[in-house]
Design a protein around this ligand. Structure first.
Ligand code: S3P
Length: 164
């Protein structure tokens, strides 16, 4: 099986859905954010604060380009689609699924989040980022699955039905 790569905005459920998919399909799960933290021995907010977003993006691409192309479930960071080079890679590798969550639902889910540096901005900046990213997720994905009002279990089942 081609690896399944989940893309989508912060709070769309990539991490939890990847865990359910990994269990259902008996595949290893890789979370690019976790892989970056493990490799660089720093939490993401610390990388943003000490090295800046530009450096974080180079770490992210480095992880992306070395992901297994077969038999893995991959949860990506919401900004993975920012780089054109990353988008080219994503279009060529794996089955890419966009987890789409409405803006209103995203705001609800991340209401008390303090761990995401780019969610620490003003609401209009975050909304602009959300709008800017949507066409990029669509550009790289083979399928889009909406997540509003659905459980991770039902989203995972939907994805499995789509890839069969
Ligand atoms: C980011 C999303 C985060 C993480 C970093 C940057 C983004 O991942 O990679 O904080 O640019 O949208 P999640 O989408 O898992 O929150």
């Amino acid at each position: 099986m081609e690896s399944i790569i989940l893309v989508g905005f912060m709070g769309s459920g990539k991490t939890i859905v990847s865990a359910v998919l990994g269990e259902k399909l008996s595949c290893p799960v890789i979370d690019t954010d976790v892989a970056i933290e493990e490799k660089h021995k720093k939490k993401i907010p610390a990388i943003f604060q000490m090295e800046g977003e530009k450096v974080f993006r180079t770490y992210e691409s480095d992880i992306l380009f070395n992901l297994p192309k077969e038999d893995a479930i991959i949860a990506t960071g919401g900004g993975i689609v920012k780089s054109e080079q990353n988008r080219v890679w994503l279009r060529k590798h794996g089955t890419v699924v966009h987890l789409h969550t409405s803006w209103e639902e995203t705001v609800k889910r991340l209401a008390s989040d303090t761990d995401r540096p780019l969610w620490n901005n003003e609401m209009d900046q975050k909304c602009a980022l959300y709008k800017e990213r949507q066409p990029l997720y669509e550009e790289v994905s083979d399928f889009t699955v909406t997540t509003n009002g659905k459980t991770p279990e039902s989203i995972a089942k939907e994805i499995i039905a789509l890839i069969k």
